[in-house]
Design a protein around this ligand. Structure first.
Ligand code: PAF
Length: 280
């Protein structure tokens, strides 16, 4: 497995793989890889013979109150994980090289970015869409794999790819969960054992809404209330949102009868912000 730091080196390696008849898969990450990321890499490897993993802590998706400098950097562990999961190449650019000096071009995916996390993290999805467009342009992969756990990010990327005619197939991969049902996240490392137990109220809340939906309830307020009641029973959790949304537009819906929907939840648990979702 190669490690490259520049776009010309990345493109040369991708061109060689393509010449050898290999399809190119891509998994963008910010490092601090856990089993969820590794399953994305394994999925990409099922779909493409040459898999590029980017490791880049993207400064433009952090808000002024979100500490970019404290984001965990674990490159050696990440490198070992990528290799074991079947990655062919890591692209790890330096922020100063990847964003040209004075870079002033943004990709703003309006609407899809507006609600949910977009409301609480202004500018976040603009940073994500911009860096993912840059990474797609750098890697020129045939397909890219994203986790369903970041549901709104996935919807933003899908819309961007559609609107800008970016020739990459987006594959959504299932959320990988801890044995207790909590979605895997780089942020779980900040949770104490007690908080890890408290966090199980989030998947429990989604299960409550899902059970109602499976019983035929389509009224979004009822589904949301059922989930909120479970969250409220765990006082350590401070919900930021708990919404029933249209899977494509991320807009809250009044009824799940006619569109494909999901329940999306964000909560603070101590200083850690957790998000999760489930299809209904
Ligand atoms: O999901 C992430 O880790 C990041 O948002 C991404 C897609 C790598 C862009 O920086």
């Amino acid at each position: 497995m190669e490690v490259v730091h520049t776009i010309p080196d990345l493109r040369a390696a991708v061109a060689r793989a393509r010449q050898a008849g290999k399809a190119i898969g891509f998994v963008p990450t910010m490092g601090c890889l856990h089993e969820g990321h590794l399953s994305l890499i394994r999925r990409a490897k099922e779909e493409a013979a040459f898999v590029v993993v980017s490791i880049f802590v993207n400064p433009t998706q952090f808000g002024p109150n979100e500490d970019l400098s404290k984001y965990p950097r674990t490159f050696e562990d990440d490198r070992r994980g990528c290799e074991a999961a079947g990655a062919s190449l890591i692209f790890a650019p330096a922020a100063a090289d990847f964003y040209p000096p004075g870079a002033s071009t943004w990709v703003d995916v309006e609407g899809v970015s507006a609600k949910l996390c977009g409301e609480f993290r202004p500018g976040h999805f603009r940073g994500v869409a911009t860096v993912v467009a840059m990474l797609f342009n750098a890697a020129q992969a045939d397909l890219a794999v994203f986790g369903r756990k970041d549901l709104q990010q996935l919807a933003v990327i899908r819309r961007m790819v559609r609107d800008l005619h970016i020739p990459v197939r987006i594959i959504a991969h299932e959320t990988i969960r801890e044995p207790n049902g909590v979605a895997m996240s780089s942020r779980n490392r900040y949770l104490s054992a007690e908080q890890m137990t408290q966090a199980t109220a989030i998947p429990a809340a989604m299960t409550a809404a899902k059970a109602l939906a499976q019983a035929g309830v389509t009224d979004a307020a009822r589904l949301r209330d059922a989930a909120q009641a479970v969250l409220a029973a765990q006082p350590a959790l401070k919900p930021q949102y708990c919404e029933i949304v249209d899977l494509e537009t991320m807009a809250p819906v009044a009824s799940t009868a006619r569109v494909r929907c999901a329940i999306a939840i964000a909560c603070h648990l101590g200083a850690t912000r957790l998000i999760d979702n489930a299809d209904l």
